[in-house]
Design a protein around this ligand. Structure first.
Ligand code: BF8
Ligand code: SF4
Length: 634
């Protein structure tokens, strides 16, 4: 966080954001940046991970004079405990989302829910094949068996690895994990499991081990963190993605529109924000129904316009082509346009500031999940068993609110970009002609030097979207294909990097490949749970070449990361063999031992490791060096 007061132009590279921010200043609307300024400077114990509140003999803070907490825990223990608690929360968020999908999918398979259907039978069969489930049976029997293996991963009590990890991770990587477990045991004499057994169990075990007086060694704690992250990446998140594809369709290539300019002055605007398509798919369907469109006309609107924010946006744009109003930092700004009739939310990355802000407008801030309540929200309880009915009620509430819109407060920035999105692994393979071979050949020939996967968030400490975009630009210039998800993907769409025109910004080799395949040099692979798509793509390349993921010229990055989910994502990429860049610095600086394990120690064991870099250009150069090193070994 810069110490000096920042000028408006230093807060974002997005002109739509700057436009609304000047309005906010004029009208005195409070934003995330105002609150950040008031919170700064941040507590250095918190930001270095050296504050422990895990029991009431404390809270304890580690300094040179007080190197141990009351219980005797040292800096390394405290930093590692704090880190894996954050990681467990992130894995829990993704996996609880995954569980909701698995439970719903099971009900659909059992014929107990008629509001949802199996939309993609081909995807269901391809999942079934991975588990050696007979695909000659009728669809509901296949679905029941797939639901069983998915649900088992949340509750089985044996010591075997997750069903999904066994079925999806490449053979060589599974052997690596096995070897790491053996090496750790022979080096330390202590059993240290890497392979996750049950998604919930690993998260619970993180909480157990970080309780006062349980696990008090950094390495042991971090290994459990790795196991929990793997339970997320190859478990909870993967299950969410795969079963959502079956229920709602596997994404394919399509053109969408991005940024606040997608909001329409003459229509009822509904923003879906949060994460779970179980809700947003139904809201979109209800809004598009002729009955609701008609009702909107009755109140004087031309129709109903649904747009997304955050990962819910990514879910519905990938499958339905719904426009995206912005990424995480746009959530307050969207309401300030004065044309949002309803902002409908479920879980994750939703600012509690939205309820009070919505009260300054006619906007209905509608919470829906039994897991999430917000101050000043209108709660309309979502229930999968009455999904259509509830979605209709939400849309009707928005239509009613249109009557209250104050034309004096309307201010829609004009910025809109087009983006080609929808790059599921299935779609990429289809574009490649049915096999990863053309991509592998392009990599082997050096036309594409390597692939970087970028994920994650916005963080008001960093100039909004600036790191995302500079890094992306530098990488494609260097003939490195960029793929990614989450709020990065929305940043790239808004900046025009996902248009076919963006091929012109790529190096000669990458440009040639993208032209031949008719794709942009920057591929949108979905929401944050869809980081699992990147794992599946890496696995497909590794299996095709019969190598481990750590042998491939792949690098990951979370350049504007914010949430605990990003800690889990970064860790499962590292654990899967991918070097991962982070900025800002995670709260681990208080322990050299922890920093050493995560940036160096893990290298020999897992192949992946973390590195920290503040400058986008230097980050791109370092990534290129890593990629060129890996290419030599090919
Ligand atoms: O899950 S990228 S700010 S919206 S955590 Fe959140 Fe980060 Fe955005 Fe999606 Ni992902
Ligand atoms: Fe302090 Fe130990 Fe309690 Fe943490 S667990 S608050 S370090 S006494």
């Amino acid at each position: 966080m810069p110490k000096e007061k920042r000028e408006l132009k230093d807060l974002s590279i997005d002109p739509a954001v700057l436009d609304i921010l000047s309005l906010a200043k004029q009208k005195n609307y409070e934003t995330v940046w105002d609150r950040l300024e008031r919170q700064s400077p941040h507590c250095k114990f918190g930001s270095s991970g050296l504050c422990c509140r895990n029991c009431v003999m404390g809270p304890c803070r580690i300094t040179e004079k007080t190197p141990k907490g009351v219980c005797g825990a040292d800096a390394a223990t405290i930093v590692a405990r704090n880190l894996i608690r954050a990681l467990a929360a992130g894995a829990a968020a993704h996996s609880d989302h995954g569980r909701a999908v698995a439970v719903l999918f099971n009900e659909v398979a059992q014929g107990k829910n008629k509001d949802y259907q199996i939309a993609d039978e081909a995807k269901l069969k391809s999942i079934a094949e991975k588990f050696h489930i007979h695909t000659s049976q009728d669809i509901t029997s296949i679905a029941k068996e797939v639901a069983r293996v998915a649900l088992e991963d949340f509750g089985k009590q044996d010591e075997k690895a997750l069903n999904f990890l066994e079925a999806y991770a490449p053979q060589k990587r599974k052997e690596t994990w096995q070897k790491v477990e053996e090496a750790l045991f022979s080096q330390t004499g202590k059993k240290m499991g890497i392979l996750p057994r049950n998604i919930d169990r690993e998260i619970t075990e993180c909480m157990h081990r970080t309780h006062m007086g349980v696990d008090n060694q950094a390495l042991s704690l971090l290994v459990q963190g790795v196991r929990t992250a793997l339970a997320d990446g190859w478990g909870g998140s993967l299950i969410a993605t795969e079963l959502q594809d079956v229920l709602f369709g596997t994404p394919d290539k399509k053109v969408i529109k991005a940024n606040l300019g997608v909001l329409k002055e003459d229509q009822v605007n509904i923003i879906v924000h949060g994460h779970e398509p179980i809700l947003s798919e139904q809201v979109v369907a209800a809004a598009m129904s002729p009955e609701m469109q008609e009702k909107a006309k009755e109140v004087g609107a031309q129709g109903i316009n649904v747009a997304g924010i955050c990962c819910t946006a990514n879910e519905v744009l990938m499958r339905l082509g719904v426009p995206v109003a912005g990424n995480m930092i746009h959530q307050e700004l969207a309401i300030m346009t004065g044309v949002v009739e309803a902002m409908v939310v479920d879980v994750q990355c939703i600012f509690p500031s939205l309820g009070p802000l919505a009260k300054c407008f006619h906007t209905k801030f509608i919470s829906t999940s039994d897991r999430a309540a917000f101050p000043e929200a209108v709660h309309i309880q979502f229930d999968e068993h009455h999904a259509r009915e509830v979605a209709q009620k939400i849309v009707e509430t928005a239509i009613e609110a249109f009557k209250e819109r104050d034309p004096q407060k309307v201010h829609i920035p004009q910025e809109v970009e087009e983006a080609v999105v929808g790059f599921s692994v299935e779609e990429i393979i289809k574009i490649l002609g049915g096999s990863p071979k053309p991509l592998v050949d392009a990599i082997l020939a050096g036309k594409i030097k390597g692939v970087v996967g970028i994920v994650g968030c916005n963080n008001p400490k960093i100039k909004h979207d600036a790191f995302h975009i500079s890094l992306t630009k530098e990488l494609i210039k260097k003939d490195i294909l960029v793929i990614g998800t989450g709020c990065w993907a929305i940043a790239a769409a808004k900046a025009g990097f996902m248009k076919l025109d963006a091929q012109a910004l790529a190096g000669e080799g990458l440009k040639e490949v993208c032209k031949a395949l008719d794709i942009p040099p920057v591929l949108h692979m979905g929401s944050c749970v869809d980081c699992s798509r990147m794992l599946v793509l890496a696995a497909a390349l590794a299996d095709y070449l019969k190598v481990d993921i750590s042998d491939l010229p792949l690098v990951g990055s979370a350049p504007e990361w914010t949430t605990e989910k990003a800690v889990s994502i970064g860790t499962y990429f590292v654990a899967s063999g991918v070097p991962v860049h982070l900025w800002p610095m995670p709260p681990i600086g208080g322990s050299e031992e922890v920093v050493g394990i995560l940036t160096e120690g893990v290298k020999d064991l897992l192949g992946g490791y973390f590195f920290i870099e503040e400058d986008p250009v230097k980050t791109a150069s370092r990534m290129e060096r890593i990629i060129m090193e890996k290419r030599k070994a090919f």
